[in-house]
Design a binder for this molecule. Structure first.
Ligand SMILES: NC(=O)c1ccc[n+]([C@@H]2O[C@H](COP(=O)([O-])OP(=O)(O)OC[C@H]3O[C@@H](n4cnc5c(N)ncnc54)[C@H](OP(=O)(O)O)[C@@H]3O)[C@@H](O)[C@H]2O)c1
Length: 357
């Protein structure tokens, strides 16, 4: 394979956590070069001024976003702008010819009505939203290479759907009993903007639930659980309790369902369906009986760990998943999509091995 960085790409929102994580990973990408990187209030600085860890790779000027220039300079645009700010800008860029990978929520709903009811305003480019592909690679590997716009899943939906979807596709769950999702996130999930709730003294030493049953990721989980897990042929009641825990990165999602009537719970059988589902995924690990996911073991990587619990006595099935929210939950998954769109090996530039302590 050629080791020349010949493919021009742009990173929007490069001064935020996801944008910074994109630059960090792209430093090791053998075939793409950063033709443009943008910021808002921090425009005019270089990436390394904001993220010194980038070292010599970070000598990248951050410019104010001009959609026309970006579309001219880049073949593929990786966007880490806030939701609501992305839809129109990325629509303009996509219409000008560049392919778009949106890490915000603006292109995650192929049904603009669900987008409007979740985000409280009409989508400005509903035709593009309808044609966008959901970037959950493990379930959309066939559709992503030909996509013009990819809406990369949110961090909580990534962890939740990787745990939930095999329970649905395997036909193990009693749908009328609903789905309960309990997920804990590190503080970087809220972005790099200064907010009182994210100060060290507000986060350290405690665990805080927020937006219980009201989080904007709840409709996203439900929409794609029904679309992918039930092939659009059923409805799911899903209730989500998000929590912030005192760590920088990582998500642990626990997904609770009731087994369907007549299914005598056999965790080995369920695990074998998970193993088949993720057999082609270089990043997925289905843990053996008695082992459970740990965010520490996936931190700094694009990997995800899933495990199962429950049993016949409790009439309960629980699937758990751990990811790094900034990598598999955002930047890494975006690059995984980009690799497929460029016809490159899926794993290019994506770390499999994290830190050991
Ligand atoms: N954090 C996560 O774990 C995570 C996971 C999955 C998806 N996401 C999504 O990814 C996106 C970025 O998240 P983040 O955590 O990186 O947020 P962030 O740290 O707050 O970064 C936001 C970035 O967007 C820029 N920006 C803000 N308003 C803008 C505007 N009006 N026009 C142009 N640029 C603007 C900011 O520039 P300045 O800093 O220069 O103002 C910054 O570069 C969000 O949509 C988020 O929901 C985040």
């Amino acid at each position: 394979m050629s080791q020349k960085k010949t493919i021009p790409i742009a990173v929007l929102g490069a001064s935020g956590y996801v944008g910074g994580q994109l630059l960090t990973l792209l430093a090791n990408h053998p075939q793409v070069r950063i033709a443009a990187a943008t910021a808002n209030r921090q425009a005019g600085q270089r990436a390394v001024d904001i993220f010194p860890a980038l070292g010599s790779f970070g000598n990248i000027p951050l410019s104010t976003l001009d959609p026309h220039t970006v579309a001219q300079e880049a073949e593929i645009v990786l966007s880490a702008l806030p939701h609501g700010e992305s839809a129109q800008v990325l629509g303009d860029i996509a219409r000008a010819g560049a392919r778009v990978i949106d890490l915000s929520a603006d292109y995650r709903f192929s049904n603009p009505k669900v987008y409007a009811s979740t985000y409280g305003h009409a989508h400005p480019c509903p035709d593009l939203a309808e044609s966008a592909v959901y970037g959950l690679v493990e379930f959309e590997r066939e559709r992503i290479p030909g996509a013009h716009i990819v809406g990369v899943p949110g961090c909580y939906p990534t962890a939740t759907l990787l745990a939930l979807l095999p329970l649905l596709t395997g036909g193990f769950t009693k749908l009328s009993a609903g789905v309960i999702v309990d997920a804990k996130s590190g503080v970087s999930g809220a972005g790099r903007d200064a907010k009182t709730d994210n100060l060290f003294c507000e986060v350290d030493g405690g665990v805080r639930a927020y937006n219980v049953g009201r989080h904007r990721h709840q409709p996203e989980m439900r929409f794609h659980a029904e679309r992918i897990g039930l092939a659009g042929a059923g409805q799911i009641d899903l209730f989500f309790t998000p929590q912030v825990v005192p760590m920088s990165r990582g998500i642990l999602a626990s997904v609770y369902v009731r087994p369907k009537d007549g299914f005598v719970v056999d965790l080995d059988l369920v695990r074998s369906h998970f193993e088949k589902t993720y057999a082609d995924s270089p990043f997925g690990t289905v843990l053996p009986e008695g082992s459970f996911p740990n965010t520490r073991q996936v931190t700094g990587t694009n990997r995800f760990q899933v495990a199962l619990a429950g049993g016949e006595e409790e009439r309960r099935l629980v699937a758990l998943c751990a990811i790094d929210n900034l990598i598999k939950g955002a930047a890494g998954q975006g690059i995984q999509c980009m690799n497929l769109m460029l016809g490159l090996p899926e794993m290019t530039a994506l770390p499999l091995v994290g830190t050991i302590a």
